[in-house]
Write a protein that binds this ligand. Structure first.
Ligand code: ATP
Length: 355
């Protein structure tokens, strides 16, 4: 039997550590979350990055208490929110949520939208105006949502989520309704604000750049599980498997044969990050390959982006992308030398899962 916990949430804001362990959820017998482990350190931001349909929103909704998990545990600031037999209802979790469409009430002014989740006493206090100041919307309390820009509406949604002083906030694709120009400004502003107030934050995105810019850590999700949670730098340089490598950037995944600390590839012997033996796949980022005088490769295509140039090059049986910070120096059909210039290479034994 599930006990609905009526334990009062702590009165004061405690931005706490969010921890999820072994979370599972199925809809109609179809698993959507399978053994999800995730943690967000107190005051830090984790970006939950994954392809469409991998279960990101379901995970967020389960943490918020809007879905009941089939197995696993969720705790915040050391307080159990979900566990076998325990379900703290959403309004007692001290979790704020910002949805993709911001879900502002169109018939309520900005102040009333922000006051919505507050208790009676707090509604009459300075909390609403203080929170609007905090998000840079001081004096906007009487405005109706439809008189605001997209960026301002997003900030009202953020103000509504943080006004009750939650211990953590969850954001589901909060910038996806904004056009590209506004998006990068609004996300920098949001990032700065959340950092200033030291809010424990988990936000969902399927945009790799956004995840890397905003996340102190990135949790990469696929098929209902977290494949890897680490700093953006670690995820990019040492992805857990070839699928993560390709999902978080351009990746040349080439065949090789490893012998301990090095591997024989179409680019000769390369040093490896970890010892391994036998057939494997190497990760070579395009910017780690350089074009020189030589003839181990042939240029197939060139794309010039202004700030850099991308070459598709045939080398032996493989095709690789090479990125160079310069205008095009070659033409399709040219013979070139391709060399690796980078740190020891990540190698994945061919038994490694690719999803
Ligand atoms: P997107 O990036 O497209 O929003 P997502 O990673 O957030 O996707 P979810 O919305 O969590 O993915 O959905 C994961 C899977 O669970 C999908 O196959 C979806 O159809 C299914 N699903 C989600 N909610 C329900 C529900 N209430 N009933 C049945 N199936 C559901």
């Amino acid at each position: 039997m599930t006990v609905i916990s009526r334990e009062a949430p702590p009165r004061e804001t405690v931005h706490g550590r969010l921890e999820v362990q072994g979370l599972a959820k199925a809809f109609g017998g179809q698993p959507v979350l399978e053994g999800v482990d995730l943690s967000v350190e107190r005051g830090s931001t984790v970006a939950l990055l994954g392809p469409s349909g991998c279960g990101k929103t379901t995970l967020l909704r389960t943490i918020a208490g809007l879905e009941t998990p089939d197995a696993g545990e969720i705790s915040l600031s050391g307080r159990t929110l979900s566990a076998p037999g325990v379900h703290v209802p959403p309004e007692r979790r001290r979790i704020g949520m910002v949805f993709q469409d911001w879900a502002l009430f169109p018939h309520l002014d900005v102040g009333s939208n922000v006051a919505y989740g507050l208790g009676k006493e707090e509604r009459g206090s300075a909390r609403v105006s203080e929170t609007l100041e905090m998000v840079g919307l001081g004096g906007f309390g009487d405005r109706m949502p439809n008189t605001l820009s997209g960026g301002q509406q997003q900030r009202v949604a953020l103000a509504r989520a943080i006004a009750p002083r939650p211990s953590a906030i969850l954001l589901d694709e909060p910038f996806s309704n904004l056009d590209a120009m506004l998006r990068s400004k609004v996300r920098s502003d949001t990032h700065r604000l959340l950092r200033e107030i030291g809010m424990t934050t988990l936000f969902v995105t399927h945009d790799q750049a956004e995840a890397f810019v905003l996340g102190d850590e990135v949790a990469v999700m696929n098929h209902g599980t977290i494949c890897q949670q680490a700093t953006p730098n670690d995820i990019y340089a040492r992805p857990a498997n070839p699928w993560v490598a390709a999902f978080v950037g351009e990746a040349n995944l080439v065949n090789a044969d490893a012998m301990g600390g090095s591997a024989r590839s179409m680019l000769g012997m390369l040093d490896l990050e970890h010892d391994t033996t036998g057939p494997c796949t190497l990760l070579l980022r395009p910017e780690q390959l350089t074009l020189l005088a030589g003839d181990n490769g042939e240029i197939l295509d060139i794309e010039f982006y202004g700030h850099d140039t991308s070459y598709r090059v045939a080398v032996g049986d493989e095709e690789v992308l090479v990125r160079a910070i310069a205008g095009p120096r070659f033409a399709p059909g040219d013979r070139v030398g391709v060399a690796y210039q980078g740190p020891p290479v990540m190698a994945y034994p061919d038994t490694t899962t690719r999803t």
